[in-house]
Design a protein around this ligand. Structure first.
Ligand code: SF4
Ligand code: SF4
Ligand code: SF4
Length: 276
């Protein structure tokens, strides 16, 4: 069995240089996205279809009343139980043998169910036009540089990090490293913790956080929506056996559409918090 790899991110060692963002753009050939000034050093509010990781800059008052400047390299978590994979009616999202979660761009129909269900809001749609001017959409996110891993390389962001804030390696070793690091920094950061949420089965990007997840805009206890689990693990396999794969795909579109409608109740007609 292939090794499952984890990207380890120790936010307390990050100096906010943003080299990881540049390395990601370079390796994945992603275009620059000029942004308005946000009033801080942060360049983008969140990840987009063309910016797969974003450096967060957070001004935070700690428990002693001291002002602290926190950083976080924010990107796809590569969940073990990935909500995006569960809700995709086209099976366009899959797990690799390395534990990464990738999108098959040919199979993606741009329905947006994955973007609406990711607990971390890190997957986004991009609009294109075909040669006849017809518009279509595709979902995009960080691949953890699966193409590099296949060649025995590390993700581009990890390779470029000059402070040792990021490392990449065997899942167990990285988790042990994170737990050890939290012990070392508890004196300075009493709220320090390993962020590897079990509500999504654990993740393949884990963090040593200096403060509670909510300080970084992260959910404290993210979970895969129950409706997504019921659909992918029970309704879909049973339905395919009984009524065939094609009919089940249509039923799937209907069910996932309802999941989204319920989620969006009370939001704008175009999805409100859509991550496009
Ligand atoms: S973080 Fe979101 S996009 Fe990434 S694997 Fe998990 S559910 Fe999918
Ligand atoms: S946009 Fe729809 S088809 Fe494409 S990956 Fe997301 S859920 Fe699957
Ligand atoms: S390259 Fe390393 S130190 Fe620089 S912003 Fe990214 S995580 Fe932080």
């Amino acid at each position: 069995m292939a090794t499952e790899y984890v990207k380890y991110v120790d936010v307390t060692k990050c100096d906010g240089c943003r080299a990881c963002m540049v390395a990601c753009k370079n390796w994945n050939d992603l275009p620059a996205e000029p942004q308005d000034f946000l009033g801080s050093a942060q360049s983008h509010t969140k990840t987009t279809a063309d910016t797969w990781n974003v450096l967060q800059y957070i001004e935070h008052e700690d428990s002693k009343g001291n002002l602290d400047y926190l950083f976080r390299h924010s990107t796809c978590f590569h969940c073990t139980d990935a909500a995006c994979e569960k809700v995709c009616p086209e099976n366009a999202i899959s797990y690799t043998k390395f534990g990464t979660v990738v999108i098959d761009q040919d199979a993606c129909v741009g329905c947006g169910y994955c973007t609406q269900n990711c607990p971390f809001e890190v997957i986004s749609l991009k609009e294109y036009k075909d040669k006849n001017g017809k518009e279509y959409r595709k979902a995009h996110k960080c691949t953890q540089c699966t193409d590099r891993i296949e060649e025995g390389l590390q993700p581009a962001c990890v390779t470029t990090c000059h402070t040792g804030a990021m490392e990449f390696g065997d899942q167990k070793a990285m988790i042990q490293k994170a737990e050890q690091r939290v012990k070392e920094i508890k004196g300075r950061y009493p709220n320090a913790m390993v962020y590897n949420p079990q509500g999504v089965g654990g993740t393949h990007t884990i963090y040593v956080l200096a403060e509670k997840p909510s300080v970084y805009g992260l959910p404290e206890n993210p979970v895969v929506p129950t409706s997504a689990v019921l659909w992918k693990d029970y309704a879909q396999p049973l339905g395919k056996m009984m009524i065939g794969a094609t009919t089940m795909a249509v039923v799937g579109a209907f069910i996932t559409n309802n999941i989204i409608s319920k989620k969006n109740k009370g939001k704008d007609e175009d999805g409100g918090e859509s991550h496009e």
